[in-house]
Design a protein around this ligand. Sequence first.
Ligand code: FES
Ligand SMILES: [Fe+2]
Length: 346
Amino acid sequence: MFLRNCWYVAGWLEDVASDAVVARTIIGDNIVLYRKSDGALVALQDRCCHRHAPLSLGRREGDDLRCMYHGLKFNPSGQCIEVPGQDRIPPKACVRSYPVAQAGAWIWVWMGDPARASEDLIPRGLIGPAQTDWIYGQDAMAYEAFYELINDNLLDLSHLSYVHEKTLGRQSLQWGETRPAVTPIERGLRVERWLVDDRPPRHIGAPDDARFDRWTAYDYLAPGIFLLTSEYHALGTAKASGMAKPSARPRHVNMTQQAVVPVTARRSIYYFTAGHRAQDTYDGRVPLQVAAVVNAFQEDRTMIEAQQRVIDASVPSPMVLTSADAAVSRFRRIMQALIEEEAHAA
Ligand code: FES
Ligand SMILES: [Fe+2]
């Protein structure tokens, strides 16, 4: 059901402080995260091989992690290296270790075959604390829904005109009535469009009656990574650009980067950043933007959790597709193909 051979976001870089021992569940696997003395991250199965107590209730000791039930100690590879009161360490005394990386604002864990883990498969273009030309805020939201429904939501922004009618959509029907260009990229899709003569969101700081041609482009990547940039241009730019990607310099640029992470088959976690180019922002603009997206994502969550309840209560039946589902359907096929390829290889 889940793709294993890929990187999943396990939290923000700062979620695992130097002496912290942190529990996470990703695609149903319980994981414990901690840092070695040099700051490098370790991800281990969160189940002691002795009596199955959670290692996340354990204690970091230098580079190692001690189970605080009966004291077995594990090294960063998951090998038991100490059993209190006995010299012999049983050969099977080990826990699984997972490849782990840091990129952008996030910690990433590879849930599949460690031999296939390559940091080249972590999306490019991530914005994090190292990119000082961006100022952003961040938040996260728990969902009682299968992650695919959240992916679907982000791959079809026509819902902005309806779910977010009074918030992000600003009563514009353009999201619902225009269709983006959708092109394949490696392990995902690029989705781009113009909104012509549109009201910008309030957080860009333009006068309330300001109007722009807005170029909105995002990459959507397996298993659920959304990297969006919006450029606000003078009216007429969309037409002058032949309704294609603009070469003109935008007046404002903002971004949001989001990660949809399956926790279990009915629970997900949604991490998101939102921010502006440092040169476009002023005090208070980023918090306004983050508050706007949190408000909007609560609208999404209300709809998607309700959708999940309807689906769960119904006899399975096909969904009737519209042209707005182009990216939704294509991304579902990309994920299906990756999952099938993995099953085949296994
Ligand atoms: S359960 Fe971990 S040492 Fe006993
Ligand atoms: Fe939404």
